[in-house]
Design a protein around this ligand. Structure first.
Ligand SMILES: Cc1cc2nc3c(=O)[nH]c(=O)nc-3n(C[C@H](O)[C@H](O)[C@H](O)COP(=O)(O)OP(=O)(O)OC[C@H]3O[C@@H](n4cnc5c(N)ncnc54)[C@H](O)[C@@H]3O)c2cc1C
Ligand SMILES: *[C@@H]1O[C@H](CO)[C@@H](O)[C@H](O)[C@H]1NC(C)=O
Ligand SMILES: *[C@@H]1O[C@H](CO)[C@@H](O)[C@H](O)[C@H]1NC(C)=O
Length: 589
């Protein structure tokens, strides 16, 4: 998720905070390390449940990790690696069943080895991306690509195929830079119930382990191949969207780190012109992205309350008016970029890779008793959002963009919530040899929008966002980001990967009893069950695609209807004729 803030920027832009409360732990146990729950950093999975586990362990060494896996395997119990904060939206962090065991990588956070001559770094899997980037920079080296948010762990970001934006070289997915790893898997009793498997470049199993959804075992250490330190020159240019469809096809070729953000209601595209420059180029720029800074708790709560009022009782015009502010404030603040770490004096911003590639100061500041926090901290009733991410093969991306624009043109005001969240972010990812990596060169579309705290509460214009996603997934064969999205996006996901069969074979060899598999991983890998949860209002919650009015909210005038442009879509539409009475009432409110 790139952006987390709707109106709150109005309240807080310009404010600098000394402290920030780091997000809470996703693993909580009532009695020491037993009777535990696990959730994600938002405190809410897409189905609004939290998971249970009988106990948790917190290994500090590889030997302790082996012992933890062996204990689970010997007892035939379900197990799952959990990270410091667990940023994945879907239920990836949950062990199967209700009495499994959680193996936290929280204390597996050391740099193990550094080979400056070979430009290789080996880290434990719980190392936070921020620390990996810093360790590389301290030795004059650079991780060439990464996600934009540096609070993720090495183990978690690899497991979900996380990426930045590039079609150059090996591309933007972090797993492309893995040249070795050590993974602890279950084993027969004769081998002590757990073994460490060491995989090196060229080993076909590495193509399974690099992007594994956590189902092969627990990765202990990862070796990355780095590059010599370099600088980047960044400039954001906003233009109208008349040639947006043509541009999406070529922008990734034109700029090594190029991306694009589309503001559909405003009809504008923010182009990120971002290129590698010689390390001798003057400039010490810094990316401290506004959306990833700590914000005053009070501001977050006030902003959320205002947003809830607008969502529930506001008109399209009021919502669209409010939606104009965040993009202009972000532009005014240069998105959080400065030319020297303090002041923004103009584009381009030139700076070292490690100061530009990712940010996230809300996790780095000292505890301040929740006076301020990351915007998504579940302990406060602040912004609460959905984040969908799906990738479309490059040759089909322009046609998808043209369809998105047609859908927008049918009712531009329906798209204002996307403008308010700073647009749809488009990033480039290259085809990967990883079995669950991107099958083709593609454009990743990242959409963030309002989520209600109330189960089953309809949102204005959710039909348009649902149609957009169904069109991407079905008409354009998009693959969902493993760490984002609501349930329905994963229906049939594994079948879109030509090598998912190879992946399953490695899983059967590494973990034949499925100790590291859960209901969720079996559903998304097409092994058993469906990620859809079909029930009343399931389509409102994104847990299913509706096939019956009861999957929407007929009592409130939301019925299951075909899409407006992509007729095969089935979305919850507010039907004026069918529920006139209720509907008029809702419009008044
Ligand atoms: C603010 C924000 C910004 C983001 N930006 C981006 C972005 O720019 N690009 C992008 O691609 N994604 C982005 N994401 C999504 C992110 O990549 C995924 O959510 C990522 O997987 C989370 O990593 P994590 O360390 O929190 O892992 P978790 O969510 O805790 O874990 C993910 C999976 O990995 C498994 N796992 C973790 N460690 C290990 C291990 N050592 N061995 C085996 N399995 C393991 C877990 O069991 C789980 O199945 C963003 C998310 C947020 C919240
Ligand atoms: C590892 O994590 C622990 C617990 O959060 C922390 O105290 C320690 O400083 C971290 N170590 C490194 C090397 O980052
Ligand atoms: C919406 O308006 C109704 C009626 O005026 C009011 O009771 C309700 O609290 C409002 N909701 C919000 C979120 O402001």
């Amino acid at each position: 998720m790139r952006t987390m803030l709707p109106l709150l920027v109005i309240l807080v832009v310009g404010l600098r905070l000394a402290g920030a409360s780091p997000p809470p732990q996703p693993v909580a146990c009532t009695k020491g390390t037993t009777d535990c729950t696990v959730t994600n950093v938002y405190g809410s999975f897409p189905d609004r449940t939290i998971c249970r586990a009988a106990d948790a362990s917190f290994p500090r060494t590889e030997a302790e990790l082996v012992a933890a896996v062996a204990a689970a395997a010997a007892a035939g119990r379900k197990a799952k690696a959990a990270t410091r904060h667990s940023h994945s939206f879907p239920k990836l962090a949950c062990p199967g069943g209700r009495d499994g065991t959680i193996i936290s990588t929280r204390f597996l956070n050391r740099t193990v080895a550094f080979d400056a001559a070979a430009r290789r770094i080996t880290v434990e899997s719980g190392v936070v991306l921020r620390d990996l980037i810093r360790a590389a920079a301290a030795a004059g080296l650079a991780l060439p690509h990464s996600p934009y948010w540096y609070g993720l762990t090495v183990g978690g970001l690899l497991a979900t195929g996380a990426h930045g934006s590039s079609l150059w070289g090996k591309g933007s997915a972090v797993h492309e830079y893995v040249v070795g790893l050590r993974i602890v898997t279950p084993a027969p009793a004769s081998q002590g119930f757990a073994v460490v498997r060491e995989l090196v470049a060229g080993d076909p199993d590495l193509d399974a382990a690099k992007v594994s959804l956590g189902v092969l075992g627990v990765i202990s250490q990862v070796t990355f191949e780095l590059q010599p330190q370099f600088k980047r020159s960044v400039r954001f240019v906003t233009r109208d969207d008349s040639d947006f469809a043509e541009k999406v096809a070529v922008w990734g070729g034109a700029h090594e780190f190029g991306d694009m953000a589309w503001l559909p209601r405003q009809g504008k595209v923010i182009y990120r012109e971002d290129d590698r420059v010689d390390v001798a180029t003057p400039g010490n720029g810094l990316n401290d992205y506004l959306g990833f800074r700590a914000q005053p708790t009070l501001g977050l709560i006030t902003a959320r309350a205002a947003e809830e009022r607008l969502e529930r009782n506001g008109t399209d015009i009021a919502r669209c008016l409010a939606a104009r502010l965040p993009p202009s404030l972000f532009e005014l603040q240069a998105y959080g970029f400065t030319n020297d770490g303090v002041f923004f004096t103009g584009w381009p911003v030139v700076g070292f890779q490690h100061r530009i590639q990712a940010s996230g100061t809300c996790i780095s500041s000292p505890e301040d008793g929740l006076l301020s926090s990351c915007t998504w901290d579940p302990r406060i009733r602040g912004p609460f959002l959905y984040n969908s991410g799906f990738s479309i093969a490059l040759p089909r991306a322009a046609a998808f963009v043209a369809d998105m624009m047609r859908l927008r043109d049918l009712n531009p005001r329906a798209f204002c919530d996307i403008d308010a969240k700073l647009g749809i972010l488009m990033r480039y990812v290259k085809a990967s040899s990883a079995y669950l990596g991107k099958p083709e060169d593609c454009v990743d579309f990242d959409v963030t929008y309002y989520r209600s705290y109330d189960d089953g509460e309809p949102r204005p214009h959710s039909d348009v966002f649902d149609e957009l996603e169904q069109m991407a997934l079905r008409k354009y064969g998009a693959v969902p980001h493993w760490g984002k999205n609501r349930n329905f996006a994963f229906d049939g996901a594994a079948a879109k990967y030509p090598n998912s069969g190879e992946f399953i074979k490695v899983k059967e060899r590494y973990d034949p009893d499925g100790i590291f598999s859960s209901e969720w991983s079996d559903q998304v890998l097409g092994i058993s069950g469906s990620p859809n949860i079909v029930d009343k209002r399931c389509a409102i919650e994104g847990l299913c695609v509706c096939s019956d009015d009861s999957h929407c909210a007929p009592e409130l005038g939301y019925f299951c209807r075909p899409g407006k442009l992509f007729k095969e879509a089935r979305v919850c539409s507010k039907d004026k004729s069918a529920a006139a009475g209720d509907d008029d009432l809702l419009d008044e409110l």
